[in-house]
Every structure is written in C-alpha cells, then in structure tokens.
Design a binder for this molecule. Structure first.
Ligand SMILES: *Cc1c(COP(=O)(O)O)cnc(C)c1O
Length: 390
C-alpha cells in the first residue's frame, strides 16, 4: 500500500530504524548495567519524527523519554509510548492536570514555579532541576540556603529524580573541561546533601550525549541521549569512540536539466554567473524545506555518487546545482542533500559548518514539508507526511 510514490515526490527524508537500533545498542553497551537510558526525542526527535522514533526506541528497550514541552509528551503518548516521559521545560500550572492524567514527569526548577504548581501536590511526579552553571532554568545549589527550596519540593511533590545540564561539555579546552567538572561536583555535592537530610534524591542524571561519551564516571543513575542516538556526533570536537551511524538521509528529485551559456546567471540576485558553458539541474529543495539559504554558492549535493555544487542563491522552494560533470543527469533522478551516495557522504556536521551553526540546528530545520519515510531491513515500513496528515 505504501510505495515510493507516497513520499519520494519532491524532497524527502529516509530514516533507517535499524541504524537507530544499532546506535542505541552501541550507546547502551557503553553504560554501566545499572544506568538507565533516557532518549531525548524533543523537536520531533531532532527532525526524525517523534512518534516513529519513540515507538522504535521503546521496542528496543529505552527506559525513559525526555521532551522539551507538554505537547511533545502528549504526541508520544498519542503514538502509544508508555515509558516514563520527563518534560524538561515549563508547563503552565493550569495544565498540571494533563501531566497527572498522562502520567508525565514535570521538571521542577524554581521556588516560584513550585509555588505555582502547589495545587497538584503529591499527585504530581517531578524531577528537580539544579542550575550548576548553565544559568537557564534550575534551582541554584551552591549554598545550603539555596537547597532549602529544593527540600520543599521533596516535601510537597512526588520526586522521582534530580538532574542538571552542562553548558560546555562538548568543548575540550582545559577551561571548559574544568568548568564542566565543577558543574558535576556541585551536582554531586547537592545530591549527597539532600540524601544526608533524609530525602531520596531519586534518579540522578546530568550527562547528555557529549558527557556520556567523554565522562564514563558521571553516568550516575541515568543518562540523556539526544543527538548521538540519531547518529550525529555531539560536536565536531568529539571524534566519538562509539560507532554511530547517521539515521537520516535527505534527498530530492531533479526536476529539470538544462544548459547555461557563457555569461548567464542563476537564481535570485544573479549571484552566480557561468564563465563557461555548463549543464545545471534544478532541485526542488529550498530554505522552506530546511536547506539553508546560507548554502548559497557554497553547498553541494550528491548525484550518481558525485558532488554537484550549489550555484547561486538557495530560494524558498528551489536551488540549482552544477551537473556539468554528471552527463547522465536527468529529470527524476534522486539527489542526496545529506547522507551517503556511493562512496561520498555529506554529514550534518559539514552542512552545519557551512552555515555557521551546529548539526542539531541543521537537522531540526528539516521542515514539515519534507515527508519522512521509515525503513527496516531495507524495506519501507511507514511514511509520515505532515501536510496530508493535518
Ligand atoms: C536537549 C537536551 C538533551 C540532549 O542533548 P544532546 O546533546 O542532543 O544529547 C539533554 N538534556 C536536556 C535537558 C536537553 O535539553
């Protein structure tokens, strides 16, 4: 019933659920047996499709899910995911009932927020968030006086965990390494203090992808795996010693092939001019699909296993590539925007570097106009088309 026609029409993403499974097992094997694995599937599982990725991970033994907000948690529940879900961010106090009804765990991050959520009381399961240096959300924990507010949370709510987040765990300079170690130490001291005061801290967790790869001894009771699960290194600095495979391949169809005469310009602003006769192909992928305008005259795609450079401005719906060296290029061919084609590969790290950002940003930017097709054992098993599903 589902065929290539249901997704490979224009610009699409192919998601290899087997690769996801291999990444999960590779990361899992790196954890001590008693350390639980929380899969971070916020931002539509980093653009990979939260419901499909959530179900696949639940099947292969993930222990927890983490999301940024209530709606993401509800989306997972609608997909049938039953594992505990931690909401990292603010949920409006008026909606505390939804957290309880759907058995979600809320992050409790300030005295003011705890006060506002007071009405839910012990029916609400929470993880305490400590601010050890990120200065985003979380209870300060440097002084004993700061921890009085945290003790109140243990008294007033059902606390099943406590966590913190590192601000530069993906940087390897001595200064950053020292800062991260300082964050870890503050977290550990605060947990010990709470325990000594008779509170069961619950699941203690502080490592996301970078720290779990770099600092085996900080795994504690749980780690939060995000970008590494989808097979992307947390930062170019971390040449990971765990084998990770990219899960998502991004492709589009060639819609037109044509010749350019000397002096002719391509796309808006005539930002590229042909200095020789060239053959070019028009690709229906633009910044509205998540193919950044910053790739103007910089990026390249892969066609028949060869690199084809982007010429001129990337438009909202199109860009143009140079196929002079790919004489067999024709309408309907599949071109690879990110991923592998033959022996060539374009990584999200490379795309991020071209556009002055990080791979997380590039992969999350793949827009809802791009249908996601899911594969297992090389076969198509599901398609998520955000536009027709509305
Ligand atoms: C996004 C996020 C993560 C996951 O980070 P990765 O670097 O993608 O592994 C973990 N914890 C929190 C609180 C987050 O917001």
């Amino acid at each position: 019933m589902i065929s290539e026609n249901s997704y490979a029409r224009r610009c699409w993403a192919e998601i290899d659920l087997d690769a996801l499974g291999r990444n999960f097992r590779a990361l899992r094997a790196f954890l001590r047996p008693e350390t639980a694995a929380l899969a971070v599937v916020k931002a539509d599982a980093y653009g990979h499709g939260d419901q499909q990725i959530g179900r696949a991970l639940e099947e292969i033994g993930v222990d927890w899910f983490g999301v940024a907000c209530l709606d993401e948690a509800l989306s997972l529940r609608r997909a049938g995911c039953r594992k505990p879900i931690l909401v990292f961010g603010y949920t409006p106090p008026e909606l505390a009932g939804l957290l309880i009804e759907h058995d979600l765990t809320q992050t409790m991050y300030s005295a003011e927020y705890a006060e506002a959520m007071q009405g839910a009381g012990k029916r609400l399961q929470v993880h305490v968030k400590l601010d050890t240096g990120m200065r985003r959300i979380g209870f300060r924990c440097e002084e004993e006086a700061d921890l009085a507010a945290v003790e109140a949370v243990y008294r007033d709510f059902t606390v099943t965990g406590i966590f913190s987040h590192f601000s530069c765990a993906d940087e390897l300079s001595p200064d950053s390494l020292a800062f991260t170690a300082g964050q870890y130490a503050k977290f550990a001291v605060a947990c010990d203090y709470l325990q000594a005061r008779g509170h069961d801290p619950g699941l203690r967790h502080c490592s996301a992808s970078s720290a779990l790869i770099l600092h085996e001894d900080w795994q504690l009771d749980m780690v939060r795996m995000g970008i590494a699960l989808v097979g992307i290194a947390p930062s170019p600095e971390i040449g990971t010693h765990i084998r990770l495979e990219p899960v998502l391949t991004w492709r589009a169809r060639v819609v037109m092939v044509k010749d350019l005469e000397i002096g002719e310009a391509v796309s808006y602003g005539r930002a590229f001019r042909a200095e020789k006769r060239m053959r070019v192909a028009t690709i229906p992928a633009g910044y509205a699909d998540g193919y950044a305008r910053a790739f103007t005259n910089k990026g390249h795609m892969l066609l028949h296993g060869r690199p084809v450079p982007v010429l001129g401005r990337v438009c909202m719906d199109y860009c143009v590539v140079d196929v002079t060296d790919v004489p067999e290029a024709k309408m309907g061919d599949a071109v690879t925007l990110a991923g592998q084609d033959g022996s060539e590969e374009i990584t999200f790290d490379a795309l991020a570097a071209l556009s002055g950002t990080i791979s997380h940003d590039r992969v999350c930017a793949i827009s809802p106009r791009v249908p996601r097709a899911y594969f297992r054992g090389g076969g198509l098993v599901e398609v998520r088309d955000y536009l027709t599903a509305r």
